[in-house]
Write a protein that binds this ligand. Structure first.
Ligand code: PGA
Length: 252
C-alpha cells in the first residue's frame, strides 16, 4: 500500500486533488467515487479552485457515485449527503448534476430499498466501474458506513449506524435524537471493486483507526483493513493521523 504522510489537512487536500486530477485526465468519462464528512472538504475546495482557474480541471464529462446516504433525509435536508455534495463540490464545478449519484435514502420498505441498492451497483457497473474511489475513515475504522463487523464482501445495502458513529456525527445535528439510525452505503466489496482507492485521514482522532487498518490484521472489526487486499490503495494522511504508525517505509 502507498502511504503518503504530509504536514496538515490542507496538504492532504492538495495531494488528494493532485491524484484526482491526474486520474481524471486519463479518462474521457472519469468515474469518481466520492465521500462526505469533514476530511474531504479541503480536497473539494482545492478541486473547485483548480476548476475555477480554468487550468485543465474539468468535470464536464465526469460521472460520480457517492459512498452513502442517511435513511430518511431528503436531498434538500441540510444534513443529507446529497445536500453536502451539492454545496461542497457540485454547485461550484462544471459537473452535469445528472451524472452525479448519491444513494437514495428516501425509499420506503425493505424490499424496495434493497432493489434500489442493487440498481446503484448496476449503475456503477454500467459505466464501467469506479476509476478512483475517495474515502474517509471513521474513528472506529469504518469506510462509507460499513461499521465494524461488516462483511468484507458486502455490496450496497442498508446498515444500522453504530452509536460511536452517531455520536461522532451528532455535532452536525440539533440533538442526538435527530441523528439517523440507518444509512444506505456502498459495501466493502463495492469499494474494493474500484480500480484505485484513495483514503484520507487527518487528526489524532483517526490515528488508531489508521494504524489498525494499515498495520493490523485484515478484519471485519476494522473495515478499512480490507484495503490491504486492494492492488492500488493510497493513504494520504497528516502527521496527526499517522502518529500511531510504526513502520519506517512510508513516504514523507
Ligand atoms: P469525517 O468522517 O471526515 O467527518 O471525520 C469520516 C468518516 O466517518 O468516514
Amino acid at each position: 500500500m502507498r502511504v503518503i504522510i504530509v504536514k496538515n489537512a490542507e496538504e492532504v487536500g492538495k495531494r488528494a486533488a493532485d491524484l484526482i486530477e491526474q486520474e481524471m485526465k486519463q479518462h474521457r468519462n472519469p468515474v469518481l467515487g466520492l465521500a462526505t464528512g469533514s476530511t474531504p472538504i479541503p480536497t473539494y475546495k482545492e478541486l473547485i479552485r483548480r476548476c475555477k482557474k480554468g487550468k485543465g480541471m474539468d468535470f464536464s464529462t465526469a460521472i460520480t457515485f457517492n459512498l452513502d446516504e442517511y435513511v430518511g433525509l431528503p436531498g434538500t435536508h441540510d444534513q443529507s449527503y446529497r445536500y453536502f455534495m451539492n454545496h461542497q463540490l457540485f454547485n461550484h464545478v462544471n459537473v452535469n448534476k445528472k451524472n452525479t449519484h448519491v444513494p437514495n435514502g428516501m425509499v420506503r420498505g425493505m424490499k424496495a430499498i434493497q432493489q434500489s441498492c442493487d440498481e446503484y451497483e448496476t449503475m456503477i457497473d454500467d459505466v464501467g466501474g469506479v476509476d478512483m474511489q475517495l474515502l474517509g475513515i471513521g474513528g472506529n475504522g469504518h469506510i462509507g458506513f460499513n461499521e465494524p463487523g461488516s462483511s468484507l464482501g458486502s455490496m450496497t445495502r442498508i446498515k444500522t449506524l453504530s452509536l460511536r458513529t452517531r455520536k461522532d456525527n451528532a455535532r452536525f445535528f440539533k440533538s442526538m435524537r435527530e441523528v439517523p439510525r440507518l444509512a444506505i452505503t456502498m459495501g466493502i466489496g463495492t469499494i474494493l471493486k474500484a480500480r484505485k482507492v484513495v483514503l484520507l485521514a487527518t487528526g489524532e482522532s483517526k490515528a488508531q483507526a489508521v494504524a489498525d487498518s494499515l498495520e493490523g490484521p485484515v478484519s471485519a472489526m476494522c473495515p478499512a483493513s480490507a484495503l490491504q487486499l486492494h492492488r492500488f490503495a493510497t493513504y494520504v494522511i497528516d502527521k496527526g493521523a499517522a502518529s500511531k504508525l510504526t513502520l519506517d517505509t512510508y513516504e514523507h
